[in-house]
Design a protein around this ligand. Sequence first.
Ligand SMILES: Cc1cc2nc3c(=O)[nH]c(=O)nc-3n(C[C@H](O)[C@H](O)[C@H](O)COP(=O)(O)OP(=O)(O)OC[C@H]3O[C@@H](n4cnc5c(N)ncnc54)[C@H](O)[C@@H]3O)c2cc1C
Length: 376
Amino acid sequence: MQTQIAIAGAGLAAALTALRLLSRPDCPSVILADPAPLTGRTWSFHEHDISASDREWLAPAVAYQWAGQDVRFPGNIRSLRAGYATITPTSMAGALRHPQLTMMQARVQSLSPDHMLLDDGTRIDTRCVIDARGIVAHPAMDIAFQKFLGQEVELDAPHGLTRPIIMDATVDQVDGYRFVYVLPFGPNRLLIEDTRYSDTATLSAEGVRAAIGEYANSQGWTITRILAEEQGALPLMLGFDPKAFWADAHLPRIGMRAAQFHPVTGYSLPDAVRTSAVVEAHWHKGSDALAHAIRQDALSRTTRFYRLLNRMLFRAADPAQRRHVMNRFYRLPEPLIERFYAGRTTPADMARILIGKPPVPIRRALRALPERISDV
Ligand SMILES: Cc1cc2nc3c(=O)[nH]c(=O)nc-3n(C[C@H](O)[C@H](O)[C@H](O)COP(=O)(O)OP(=O)(O)OC[C@H]3O[C@@H](n4cnc5c(N)ncnc54)[C@H](O)[C@@H]3O)c2cc1C
């Protein structure tokens, strides 16, 4: 078989990259190979995470969008103006229907700069190969976790929400910083996710399902049916050695495979959109040139400040204090919050976030300042 671009994996990063390429009038032929393409999760983003021009080609993949969002902390209930949007596997699959795209339900065995080999022995010759097979542990990363379980549920009556609750942190604090995330998918339909910022990746699914039921009851909602469930433990970066990470990246990598996610949220959609522009600009030069361009782009971004904040949250703050840190953040001006999630925090924002009486013990804050990667 032959194609111009062969992508191993058909998760978020692969799908976004394909979508951008397919939106071009001169789009190349693309093959995505994955044993379980586009499965098991919804992907959301804040309006300001993505530029207006990128939102145009992304639009066909968006299933839901809202004009604002809310956060709830003890003593701080706040409505924010920033829009929010969600892509589902179904909406993404619909947007990717295109004669130039072939989706193969197959596991990739190996990759080389000029071909991709599938488990069944099929060889796909290509000008450009891309590795989008999701996250792998790497010694250059020191991570904690945002772990969660979410249920899409149907209620017996309308819930009345018109916008997402991005964080309802008025709930009991267990296993680190805990909050509930609620997306209104329809008048009687919600995605309710119970999330914890924790030192460990393990989560008792039964316990969290019960907690979601209790939360729904506390809001006066009666769940009549569970339509879907998703679970994750997203990496939150406390320390990172980019040079060590990229030293052995000889083939182009995108998405979580390229450690491209927001260190404080574990969300990768905005970074994947940005990297898709690098693919668009360089794929035609071949795999080696694209690998070089992606590495250069990655090394030009600095996420050092976000990693410092994570160390303050996980190393300096007691688990019980983490909510206090987040509550303080959510009292800051909206443009600063928007830039934070978009990964565009300015030096003035950094000063603003750090200024004032630190909500963590000063001695422990000082100890958390240096960035050490335990295993490198
Ligand atoms: C439940 C959940 C919800 C999330 N929600 C959001 C969100 O709302 N917003 C956001 O920005 N981020 C979110 N994330 C975080 C992150 O953006 C996602 O994990 C995202 O899917 C990562 O994209 P990716 O393409 O790098 O990896 P993935 O989407 O994980 O895709 C990797 C793909 O590679 C495939 N694969 C693995 N090995 C092989 C192989 N040998 N051959 C072929 N294919 C292979 C896998 O089957 C998989 O489909 C969420 C994560 C989870 C787990």
